[in-house]
Design a protein around this ligand. Structure first.
Ligand code: GLA
Length: 376
């Protein structure tokens, strides 16, 4: 891909790029819709990445192109970018970083992170260009600061009210590990997954039902959480624990209560998952993943029939545990499963989806991989 992105750059802009940078998509092991509630998340970078070949320009023009649609999009940082299709992600990051700008740039992207699958193809774009611009503009930002810059591009330029999990995972990921992030203190630490030792892999079951978080469902969930925190007198739901649930039930509307219950119990499940991983307690890990899925389906109501079916079939196929991953309303589920069962998982999912009249799902293993970096 390093060769391909370099070639794409040369063909598009007619000269050699100054360098190539990349960042991974992510899957989330557990901790969903907890990030914007200042809670806990446990995502990991995957072995599918977005690559950017980039060169600084002496004028102030910023041009981005890719093998996605063959178009070249152009801005000049004097006004906030709008429209621009996928190019809003990289040009949004450039806009957020404009105070460090030393001029414009040409950038060419290529990616094998599936789009719309809940594996954060957008964060991979944001983080790849953020590390590139950080270097060519000598912005001196840390990886964690760059993750928050990516989140700001998503919030302020793209207009999706998302949290910081995806960009943090894409920036701070490490091979064979997940990133445990406390979204209140911003403390992040790698957690060894040690899957190989148990012959396990994380399989993605991509339902191919596309989602978008700039649409209503995500925003409405977030508003429920913020209203709940407000009524219960805390600055974020992080200020509450399982012991507060009876009070929450008494004071909140039925729907808001269920949203809040998901977040509070999910935070606890992330902490319990750390414990289960530490003890190599696979049975407990499986229970937690399934409880997380049930909470998202019933309390947070962000699953869809295809995702519920994926989880059900994964368990019937012998998975240790399974849950939808990412923001919901479409996208993918993950299953922690013995690597020898991957073939039957795939066959069983395809058969069940076919029988239900759903799109043919894509099933593939993901390997926890390193975060954003310079490749050339
Ligand atoms: C999307 C958002 C993240 C996070 C997840 C849900 O991926 O981008 O910030 O909120 O949904 O956990």
């Amino acid at each position: 891909m390093i060769e391909a992105v370099t070639k794409g750059f040369k063909e598009t802009f007619g000269y050699e790029p100054a360098g190539v940078w990349s960042a991974p998509g992510r899957a989330n092991l557990i901790g969903e819709h907890t990030d914007y509630n200042e809670g806990f998340v446990l995502p990991f970078g995957i072995d599918k990445r977005t690559y950017v070949a980039l060169s600084p320009r002496s004028d102030s023009i910023c041009r981005v192109s890719s093998d996605i649609d063959g178009n070249t999009y152009q801005t000049d940082l004097s006004s906030k970018p709008v429209g621009l299709d996928w190019a809003l992600y990289p040009l949004g990051v450039a806009w957020v970083m404009r105070e460090w700008s030393k001029g414009g740039f040409d950038a060419y992207f290529t990616s094998n992170v599936p789009v719309g699958s809940g594996l954060s193809s957008s964060a991979a774009i944001e983080c790849s260009i953020a590390v590139a611009l950080n270097e060519i503009w000598s912005a001196g930002r840390t990886k964690q600061q760059l993750a928050l810059i990516g989140q700001r591009a998503e919030n302020d330029v793209v207009g999706a009210p998302t949290g910081m999990m995806d960009q943090t995972a894409s920036m701070l990921a490490e091979a064979d590990s997940a990133v445990f992030l406390d979204c209140q203190s911003l403390e992040a630490k790698p957690v060894s997954l040690n899957l190989e030792a148990h012959d396990l892999v994380v399989a993605v079951i991509d339902t191919r039902v596309a989602h978008r978080h700039s649409d209503g469902g995500y925003r409405v969930r977030r508003e429920s959480c913020e209203r709940g925190a407000d009524i219960l007198g805390v600055s974020s739901l992080r200020g509450l624990s399982v012991a507060d649930l009876p009070r929450a039930e008494a004071e909140l509307s039925e729907v808001d209560f269920r949203r809040v219950r998901h977040v509070i119990t999910e935070n606890q499940r992330v902490l319990d998952t750390l414990e289960a991983l530490k003890n190599s307690d696979l049975e407990r890990l499986g229970e937690l993943l399934l409880a997380s899925h049930a909470s998202m389906a019933k309390d947070f109501e962000i699953s869809i029939d295809e995702l519920d079916l994926a989880v059900e079939v994964a368990m019937q196929s012998g998975a240790v545990g399974s849950r939808m991953t990412g923001g919901g309303f479409g996208g993918a589920a993950i299953a922690v499963i013995n690597k020898n069962l991957l073939g039957s998982l795939e066959a069983n999912c395809k058969a069940a989806f076919d029988k239900a009249g759903y799109l043919e799902p894509k099933i593939f293993p993901v390997v926890p991989s390193a975060g954003a970096r310079r490749d050339r």
